[in-house]
Design a protein around this ligand. Structure first.
Ligand code: PEP
Length: 262
């Protein structure tokens, strides 16, 4: 079985001014003592990217954006290209977050265009998928997730471009309601089977699948203990240094087997 390094990414959404972003990173740096057992990614809004990139330059933390446009440049008012993100030392980009799908009409086809542009620009994409509560209640979770993955990742080569996936059940995002570790594991395991149908087994085994949806210090350990949960995409709890640091430490402790950095 492949050992996949855990990855915890904080999605700050439309929160934090530049000075608040710098302050938050300062606290996270002090709390984590440059923890290297886990990949840690901070995703501030576009306006915070420069400050956060500079602040993490002397650590192993990386910076990600929350969105991008698929074109390289041109008359696309209000948009940001992959090259512009690279220019600000971004390594990751979140694509297809449910809030973008719901409020900004992003389809799998749009996600696919962005994904290809991100890969071409050497960004690591985190592609989000997940079902609504209604879809879960109608037992459509697997169909929805499979179709989102197959359509969003269509046309990639057999290594799937080094993509990361985030399974984020929409009913668990920002609601305080988390999928149980068993519920999440069941879908993560299914996602890996879908990936096995699209890529070679080695690739499918090595792709990291994060869980997202009300991850908190109190539930992180149990979620990270599941065989196919390779980390978390964290929203609300990433806005506060203490809770974010504790979530990263929960992942690190699984690697080291001992309490870290407290
Ligand atoms: C998210 O928006 O990606 C997310 C998982 O949010 P929260 O942790 O607040 O549920």
């Amino acid at each position: 079985m492949k050992i996949r390094k855990k990855i915890v990414a904080g999605n700050w959404k439309m929160n934090k001014s530049v000075s608040e972003a710098s302050e938050l990173v300062g606290h996270i740096k002090r709390g984590l003592h440059d923890c290297r057992e886990v990949d840690v990614v901070l995703c501030p809004p576009f306006t915070g990217l420069a400050a956060v990139s500079e602040a993490v330059a002397d650590t192993s933390m990386k910076v990600g954006a929350q969105n991008m446009h698929w074109e390289k440049d041109g008359a696309y008012t209000g948009e940001i290209s992959a090259a512009m993100l690279r220019d600000l030392y971004c390594r990751y980009v979140i694509l297809g977050h449910s809030e973008r799908r719901t409020y900004f009409g992003e389809t799998d086809q749009v996600v696919n265009r962005k994904l290809k542009a991100a890969i071409e620009a050497n960004l690591i994409p985190i592609v989000c998928v997940g079902e609504t509560l209604e879809q879960r209640d109608e037992d459509k979770t697997k169909d929805v997730v499979q179709s989102q993955i197959e359509n969003s990742l269509v046309g990639l080569d057999k290594n799937l471009g080094g993509v990361l996936l985030a399974y984020e059940p929409i009913w668990a995002i920002g609601t305080g309601r988390t999928a149980t570790p068993d519920q999440a594991q069941e879908v993560h395991d299914f996602i890996r089977k879908v990936l096995t149908g699209m890529a070679d087994k080695d690739t499918a085994d090595s792709i990291r699948i994060q869980y997202g949806g009300s991850v908190k210090p109190g539930n992180a350990r149990e979620l990270f203990g599941q065989p196919d949960i390779d980390g978390a995409l964290v929203g609300g709890a990433a806005l506060e240094a203490r809770s974010f640091v504790e979530i990263v430490q929960a992942a690190a402790e699984l690697v080291t087997g001992q309490p870290t950095g407290r």
